[in-house]
Design a protein around this ligand. Structure first.
Ligand SMILES: [Zn+2]
Length: 296
């Protein structure tokens, strides 16, 4: 009889375990379902970054041979994109804050970017679709679209545009292109050359005598980009920090938490009510076992 009762217990325990599993499955599913939009949105969020960094042919000098005249461009699109994103991330927030107008003489002015018009005619539909804004043709990857621009729309490059990639030495583009810090030996001559380029950029874009805001931005430019061009340790590039876009992330997290909480409590309530039903069943079975054991 004792054995029978034990079997009853085992049956209940098994039943209870099954209940737990059936309760856990929807919980996991709902969590996955709820987090999937976050995952998708985070990949969408990162799209402008991929737009800026791209996956073009590294260090390429673009050569386009099409139509009656041969058009050759020796400027890396990928490095130009990296330079553009460095400017947007680590300089423009401060320029905007000062309400300062960059002169067209400044090489950092958007109008001087050779590829600007083409870059603005990229439509990132989704992860696997890039569309040409000029002729609406679709491509699977950004570098295919880059190739298409080189082949079909090279006539739309800015005739007086400058190669933004030429400023990469001053702007630390490598840090933008490569997330892993590469440890290479510092070359004092290269560091001095980059520092000189950097300081001449600061002088041409933010002439100290122009205005107090120009003077402040000149100072900031030196701290942000030029001071790090040295082989002695100490100052790091982008010392002043960049654009802050964490608020969107926190907003998404808080909305998700608010959405998840009622679901979590509903599941807890369901689980507890199942448990209650389980213990009632257990009591009934043990009572039955007790009654059966009486006649013997
Ligand atoms: Zn096109």
């Amino acid at each position: 009889m004792e054995k029978k009762r034990r079997i009853g217990f085992e049956f209940i325990n098994k039943n209870d375990r099954n209940h737990r599993i059936t309760l856990l499955i929807p919980l996991i599913c709902s969590l996955l379902l709820l987090y999937s939009p976050l995952l998708v949105s985070s990949s969408v969020d990162s799209s402008p970054q991929t737009n800026l960094q791209g996956t073009g042919v590294p260090g390429s000098s673009v050569q386009t041979q099409e139509g009656p005249h041969v058009h050759e461009v020796h400027c890396s699109r990928e490095r130009s994109r990296a330079a553009w994103s460095v400017i947007q991330e680590y300089l423009m927030p401060y320029v905007e804050r000062e309400k300062y107008q960059l002169s067209s003489q400044c090489k950092l002015h958007p109008n001087n970017d050779l590829f600007r018009d083409q870059e603005e005619h990229k439509i990132h539909v989704d992860i696997h679709e890039w569309r040409c804004g000029y002729c609406k043709k679709s491509f699977r990857a950004e570098n295919n679209l880059d190739q298409h621009f080189d082949n079909r729309h090279s006539n739309l490059l800015k005739s007086n545009g400058k190669c933004l990639a030429d400023l990469c030495g001053a702007l630390h583009c490598d840090l933008m292109m490569d997330t892993k810090s590469r440890k290479s030996k510092c070359n004092p001559a290269a560091a001095a050359k980059n520092r000189h380029l950097c300081e001449s950029l600061a002088d041409s874009c933010f002439p100290v005598n122009h205005s107090p805001s120009a003077s402040r931005l000149h100072d900031l430019f030196l701290r942000q980009f030029c001071d790090a061009h040295t082989c002695s340790r100490g100052s790091k590039p982008f010392a002043k920090g960049g654009r802050k876009n964490t608020s969107v992330f926190y907003l998404a997290i808080s909305i998700l938490t608010l959405m998840l909480l009622p679901i979590f409590y509903t599941l807890v309530y369901l689980y507890q009510s199942q448990m209650r039903r389980g213990t009632q069943e257990l009591k009934r079975i043990s009572k039955l076992g007790h009654q059966k054991s009486k006649p013997s």
